[in-house]
Ligand binder design. Structure first.
Ligand SMILES: [Zn+2]
Length: 189
């Protein structure tokens, strides 16, 4: 405990000697730091970010897709994924929408992306519809809004959950950053 001295006090080069039983702050600090496992803290932060992504994904459906996605996607169906710093990927969440053949299905993916730079930069919500393509790959379509989704599904003449035609407009509409090559044959999640 430090006491503010208003009157001149006798000079003491070791002010804490004698009035404290614990170690000096610098010693205590080193002891604290030795207890921390940074990789474990990173992992905890990643899990927290994944959880936040799930909450954000659900909120985006409620706020921006109230009459479509929000009515069919259960809040509990999302799976959160921690950020991938090396790949510049922020935390994300994904939910399975179903499949016509039980093998290659449709997915909904949520993440955030930085737009703009510096102090004017902003984190925007990015919702992407992932559909199997008849050529064996997956198509990513970033959903602009609910109207976009309605038009897009309206134009499909394939069965719900079925792969879309490779030359279908869906592909032309795919302006997504995620899979511009339209070449991934891996199951997305
Ligand atoms: Zn294709």
């Amino acid at each position: 405990m430090t006491v503010l001295q208003l009157a001149p006090a006798p000079r003491d080069d070791h002010p804490h000697d004698g009035d404290k039983t614990g170690p000096e702050p610098i010693v205590a600090l080193h002891q604290r730091v030795a207890d921390f496992d940074l990789s474990q803290r990173d992992q905890e932060r990643g899990e927290e970010a994944a959880f936040q992504a799930v909450l954000h994904a659900d909120a985006v459906l409620t706020g921006s897709f109230p009459d479509t996605l929000d009515t069919v996607v259960q809040a509990m169906s999302w799976t959160g994924h921690p950020p991938v710093p090396g790949a510049q990927l922020m935390a994300s969440a994904v939910t399975y929408l179903g499949s016509a053949d039980g093998q290659r299905g449709w997915w909904l993916h949520y993440t955030r992306r930085e737009e703009g730079f510096g102090e004017g930069g902003d984190l925007v919500h990015v919702l992407t519809l992932i559909a199997p393509c008849s050529c064996g790959t997956y198509i990513n379509v970033e959903l602009a809004d609910e109207d976009h989704l309605i038009v897009l599904l309206d134009e499909l003449d394939t069965e719900p959950g079925a792969p879309v035609d490779c030359d279908y407009q869906l592909r032309i509409r795919a302006s997504s950053y995620a899979d511009p090559a339209h070449a991934s044959i891996e199951t997305p999640f």
